[in-house]
Design a protein around this ligand. Structure first.
Ligand SMILES: [Zn+2]
Length: 471
């Protein structure tokens, strides 16, 4: 298994940075072209490989218009085709749900899932229709990246111990030398990302070489619930990553305040420009509305949140060999934009990181990560199965007359979902609700009449209030 490492450059001199920026801009056009021509069912969907695209372009001269070296555009084509394939895989999650709604027949289900996985869906009318529906043609707006093949760059340490990375520029045999602020030389294929006058060098290393991969996993079987205050709560009742909520709240407040200030400055600049004071407008734009500091702060925040979440997952794996969790990848299909509201945007984004961390850490440390259907796990009581009410971090169950810690209750429900004979990973939420309702009804008819009437419970379940809709 591979994990991504990032090396940062020291501040680059403007001339070098401009050369790299120009190259990245031109390669951005290569990327757009690939997405435009081959980004859907008829291109990559029909099994097109990057090598075929290269041959076609060399034959018809497409590559000449870009004005970059051969290796650069070829690597970019390979990278873009891989992105498109990843986009296709994401669309499949939606199609799998559609299949589960489409049929109950186990043989048919298996046939369709297999065909989908093996990319043999074109021949099947239902699958082809679903893929066309969910796999929309994407676009690429990436114009700040350069992919460099392993044999195209070199690294040297200078007399003062500084590490330099030399990558091809726009002209043959004219390398651009980038000073790195690390002493560990990157290896393999590099992805250079240009941000605010610096270069981020992304590369992959084998995870088995990392020290955290040597740590053994625990013995327990646990369910985990993803929260906002804590990154994760396990079914034993232990919270992990407790600083996450604070990190997100602080960031959200800071962003709101900063956006407010920037809007004000922007309006001052616009007023000045309307008055004819272009010098002032320009000054504000350059000095107060720049993106360098903003982007650097954002990167630092992302890094902190990642660390918190990965640490939380490591703690869970310290205890467990098998971890049941909500299928967190579910809502990340397609290239849907994240919501505008800052809080929801941050929550959606941390969900993606939690999914990545669970998969990544489990694979490295030899524990099993089992995604389960988490529908209604935060709205039902783990002891009696009845629908209850969640308010804040408390869960009220009327039949039991108990208040549970909401995340712990959900984590235990998630743990039990793994062995549930009726609720599979892709069972639609409405059906899950019906199954849960039937169970509590069956349970109640065997009991003497209680003061909590089923009618009340039914009404409540049909109108879950907003705080219980989080799952
Ligand atoms: Zn209960």
């Amino acid at each position: 298994m591979k994990v991504t490492r990032i090396a940062y450059s020291a501040a680059l001199n403007p001339g070098k940075y401009a050369v790299l920026q120009e190259q990245a801009r031109r390669l951005g056009r290569v990327r757009s072209e690939v997405w435009q021509r081959y980004g859907s069912v008829d291109g990559v969907g029909s099994g097109l490989r990057d090598r075929q695209v290269r041959d076609r372009w060399l034959a018809d001269g497409t590559h000449v218009q870009f004005g970059v070296l051969a290796n650069a555009w070829k690597e970019t084509v390979r990278d873009a085709i891989a992105d498109i394939a990843a986009n296709r895989e994401a669309a499949k999650a939606k199609v799998r749900q559609a299949i589960a709604r489409h049929t109950d027949d186990p043989t048919e289900l298996k046939r369709m899932f297999t065909a989908l996985k093996a990319n043999q869906w074109i021949a099947d009318p239902f699958l082809a229709r679903q893929m066309r529906k969910h796999w929309r043609r994407g676009k690429s707006h990436v114009h700040d990246q350069i992919v460099v093949r392993a044999d195209q760059y070199n690294t040297v340490v200078d007399g003062r111990g500084r590490l330099w990375l030399a990558v091809p520029g726009l002209q043959r045999r004219k390398m651009v030398r980038i000073p790195l602020s690390t002493t560990v030389a990157p290896t393999g294929t590099l992805r250079l990302i240009l941000r605010g006058g610096r270069v981020e060098v992304h590369y992959q290393i084998d995870a088995s070489a990392m020290r955290s991969s040597q740590r053994p996993c625990g013995q327990a079987t646990l369910g985990v619930d993803k929260g906002y205050t804590e990154a994760l709560t396990d079914s034993d009742g232990d919270p992990h990553g407790e600083r996450l909520g604070e990190l997100l709240t602080t960031e959200s407040d800071r962003l709101k305040e900063r956006n407010r200030r920037r809007a004000k400055l922007r309006s001052i600049a616009n007023t000045a420009a309307a008055r004819g004071d272009h010098a002032k407008a320009h000054r504000i734009k350059v000095n107060n509305l720049g993106t360098v500091k903003r982007d650097r702060q954002a990167a630092r925040h992302r890094a902190r949140v990642r660390t918190e979440i990965f640490t939380a997952v490591h703690e869970v794996v310290d205890k467990a060999v098998t971890i049941m969790a909500e299928d967190l990848t579910k809502r990340f299909t397609g290239r849907k934009k994240l919501p505008k509201n800052i809080n929801r945007r941050l929550a959606a984004w941390t969900k993606g990181i939690t999914a990545e961390a669970l998969k990544n850490v489990s694979e490295r440390r030899g524990s099993a990560h089992v995604p389960v259907n988490a529908a209604y796990t935060s709205q039902t009581c783990h002891r009696c199965g009845a629908f209850g009410r969640r308010s804040g971090d408390r869960f009220h169950c009327t039949p039991c007359g108990v208040v549970w810690q909401a995340d712990v209750n959900a984590a235990i429900n998630i743990l039990h979902r793994a062995g549930d004979p009726d609720i599979a990973l892709h069972t639609p939420p409405q059906r899950v609700k019906q199954i849960l309702q039937d169970r509590t009804d069956r349970h109640r008819t065997r009991l003497p009449v209680q003061d909590s009437s089923p009618a009340t419970a039914g009404r409540r379940a049909n109108n879950p209030n907003r705080s219980t809709m989080s799952k």
